[in-house]
Ligand binder design. Structure first.
Ligand code: NDP
Length: 280
């Protein structure tokens, strides 16, 4: 099978489930806005079919794909090449297919998180104070990677399962201080940033119960949960005067490198995009 001539480009998001993904709407908005002939589609792929799918997609004209749960680790393992960041994180969310069908893997969750934080809080200086991160799952791993690379001097990592926080600390080295959930008050004291990277506070999940006393009011508070957009954590932070960063920004910014690679134009993250993704 060979790709037909023409400039119609294809990309998509591979997941199981995938129907809930906002990525088709996000990329669809950019395709329409920049009048690029192409399509970005949801691809419901089960784990046993992933390797075969990744072999066939380039042959039927796909330029690349995003990968979401539960395939991010497997996608990295199947890639021909990977960025150092994807290797460090141990997961890929953005695949680009070369002309010979080989696969370049990247992880853009880390850069997406940082870009979202910097866009919302341009005055935040990573080197000035410790950062506190809640969670040690896949998203937390990307955020830890981004914050260490940005230059945070100390990263206080709290997780319900302490062993998972300790494992991340072993992977990333001495700037990470793994802490049990009960150490939240000490972890917030003097911190320059707080990030919720757990699923707590997401619609259908238990609430995130954490007292923000002790967190300096200049510290940005980020929640990567984006359903709801204003989580109780962000509402509490806003009420006491902390700058807040919602989870939608990370989702939008992580999509930028893939779109640029597949469709040939660096897209903008702006209010029009947010509105398009949030529309009912
Ligand atoms: P994982 O399943 O890999 O990790 C879940 C994390 O939440 C773990 O740290 C887990 O702790 C913690 N957690 C779950 N339930 C509880 C609980 N009842 N009490 C305490 N801690 C709990 O998920 P991901 O890292 O992939 O995703 C986490 C969240 O981030 C999700 O809501 C997801 O939608 C969101 N997300 C947002 C993105 C964005 O672009 N804005 C991108 C990726 C994810 P433990 O280790 O103890 O189980």
């Amino acid at each position: 099978m060979t790709q037909e001539p023409g400039n119609y480009r294809l990309a998509g998001v591979i997941g199981d489930p995938v129907a809930h993904s906002r990525s088709p709407r996000l990329h669809g908005h950019w395709l329409a806005r920049y009048a690029i002939p192409g399509a970005y589609v949801p691809l419901h792929v089960r784990a046993p079919d992933l390797a075969e799918t990744l072999r066939l997609l380039p042959r039927i004209g796909f330029a690349g794909a995003n990968v979401t749960l539960p395939h991010k680790e497997a996608a990295l393992a199947l890639a021909s090449r990977a960025t150092p960041r994807a290797r460090r994180i141990g997961a890929a969310n953005t695949l680009t297919f070369a002309a010979d069908g080989s696969i370049d893997a990247d992880n853009t969750d880390a850069g997406g998180f940082l870009a979202s934080l910097q866009a919302a809080c341009p005055g935040w200086q990573p080197g000035e104070a410790p950062a506190t991160v809640l969670g040690a799952g896949g998203a937390a791993r990307a955020i830890v990677d981004a914050l260490l690379e940005a230059g945070v001097p100390e990263l206080r990592l709290l997780n319900r399962s302490f062993a998972r926080a300790r494992e991340l600390a072993q992977h990333y080295g001495p700037r990470i201080h793994p802490l049990p959930w009960s150490a939240a008050p000490e972890a917030l004291s003097g911190a320059g940033l707080l990030v919720n990277a757990t699923s707590l506070g997401m619609a259908g999940q238990p609430p995130l119960e954490i007292a923000l006393d002790g967190l300096p009011t200049a510290a940005p508070v980020c929640d990567i949960v984006y359903v709801p957009l204003e989580t109780p954590l962000l509402a509490a932070a806003r009420a006491r005067g902390n700058p807040v960063v919602d989870g939608l920004g990370m989702l939008l910014h992580q999509a930028v490198p893939g779109f640029e690679r597949w469709f040939g134009r660096r897209p903008e993250v702006d209010e029009a995009l947010r509105a398009a993704v949030l529309a009912p």
